[in-house]
Design a protein around this ligand. Structure first.
Ligand SMILES: NC(=O)c1ccc[n+]([C@@H]2O[C@H](COP(=O)([O-])OP(=O)(O)OC[C@H]3O[C@@H](n4cnc5c(N)ncnc54)[C@H](OP(=O)(O)O)[C@@H]3O)[C@@H](O)[C@H]2O)c1
Length: 387
């Protein structure tokens, strides 16, 4: 029986992680749950799973109280989330907090020597080197949850030679076939309708711009140490092959499964064991598997991901922070869809990369990139109102 802490339990990954735990009551028990502000759902989850601790990072959300039974400790604030990540009864910490806000608790889990089942991609992108130095120093371990990286992890497991090339698959998002001028007019509602995955709002918009793949290219570099030149992206609209590795002799290994995040979440918790599941793919019923090249002209965010990754140092943190702000502005109707990569590009151009940054520098650069992205988004928004 392993103790698990779920950070971001009210989100898309967090809820699916609880589905996994619910289905395996003899293997896992919930030690703690943390959320941002959805106290109603957090309260329900606490009633069902009976954790020792629940955490709410946004103090204001607790104004109406949280209906949970006696004996459950309620903690408040971001410091409390970090403490929960290091809880002595936790063997594994599922890190599914959205955005850069996940970094502090990932680091806390690493310092406490936990297994980190990491879904949150922004901490890996913004501070991957620092996170991995901490993981090594405290004998912690990181197991990827993101389906593409879980696929690569599974395909690379136990091999004598390292893959020569990683091939990340991308669904292409809801606007795959849309011409460039039509992209200018797409709404947030349309961007939130992903063809194959049901996810949180920010990652769904990232999938539509292909920034999600840009972030994943950096994530893959950080997790597997593969040079950017050997990380390729291919559009595979059926989302059945979750990614592939090519060995030096040209042999390609792929991981296939229905598009269901509960599979990589479960594997990150049970690794190296595999617990029997509810069946896999029915090949005669599967749609034809197709592949195409991503269109970097229409979806420049993918190119920005490569550019930031190759620049290294603080540039990935700038990319990630600017993206969070630009996506928020898009979802709030302040900027258009095609303005998202334009805002990010402007912020990246205004930044002078700092190599080998320490944690404090990452936080400073993140704050700068956010305020710069907000400023540029306001300019873009004012310009579109005038025209
Ligand atoms: N969804 C997917 O299928 C998927 C797949 C691969 C990777 N990922 C990655 O996983 C991460 C989470 O994605 P998601 O789709 O699950 O997002 P989501 O649905 O928006 O959920 C985000 C979660 O984080 C919580 N949260 C936000 N700020 C917090 C803070 N400061 N402290 C504690 N909790 C906080 C939210 O709480 P409240 O709701 O209570 O505010 C919510 O539980 C992202 O990095 C995403 O890129 C997601």
């Amino acid at each position: 029986m392993k103790g698990v802490v779920v950070l971001g339990s009210t989100g898309s990954i967090g809820r699916q992680a609880l589905d996994v735990i619910r289905a395996l009551p003899e293997s896992f028990r919930v030690v703690g749950l943390a959320a941002g502000r959805n106290v109603a759902l957090l309260g329900e989850q606490a009633k069902e799973f009976g954790p020792e601790v629940v955490c709410v990072s946004d103090e204001r959300a607790l104004a109406g109280g949280i209906g949970i039974r006696d004996g459950v400790e309620v903690m408040v604030g971001s410091q409390a989330v970090e403490e929960l990540a290091a809880h002595p009864d936790a063997d594994a910490v599922i890190c599914a907090i959205g955005g850069f806000a996940a970094l502090r608790s990932c680091l806390a889990a690493a310092r406490a020597g936990k297994r980190i089942a990491i879904a949150s991609k922004e901490p890996l992108v913004a501070a991957g080197d620092i996170l991995f130095r901490t993981v090594r120093a405290f004998d912690s371990e990181v197991i990827p949850v993101d389906s593409e990286h879980s696929a690569i992890f599974q395909c690379s497991e136990g091999r004598h030679s390292r893959p020569a090339r990683l091939i990340l698959t991308a669904s292409g998002g809801p606007f795959r076939g849309l011409p460039r001028d039509a992209l200018e007019r797409v709404t947030a509602e349309q961007a939130l309708m992903h063809p194959t995955w049901r996810m949180g709002a920010k990652v769904t918009v990232d999938s539509a711009t292909l920034m999600n793949k840009g972030l994943e290219v950096i994530e893959a570099h950080v997790l597997f140490g593969t040079p950017y030149e050997s990380i390729e992206v291919v559009v595979h609209p059926q989302s059945i092959i979750h990614s592939m590795v090519e060995m030096s002799d040209g042999s390609v290994l792929a991981q296939l499964a229905p598009p269901d995040m509960r599979l990589p979440i479960k594997y990150a918790l049970t690794y190296p064991e595999r617990i029997p599941g509810t069946g896999g793919l029915s090949f005669p019923e599967a749609p034809p598997l197709t592949f195409e090249e991503p269109d970097i002209e229409r979806f420049p965010a993918l190119g920005l991901g490569y550019e930031a990754g190759k620049a290294g140092g603080t540039m990935p943190a700038v990319l990630s922070a600017a993206d969070e702000v630009a996506v928020e502005a898009f979802l709030a109707g302040r900027i258009g869809f095609t303005a998202i990569p334009r805002v990010i590009e402007r912020v990246m151009s205004a930044h002078t990369r700092i190599l080998d940054p320490d944690l404090e520098t990452i936080y400073e650069v993140d704050a700068w990139a956010r305020s710069e992205a907000a400023r540029v988004s306001d300019l873009v928004s004012a310009r579109s109102e005038r025209s």
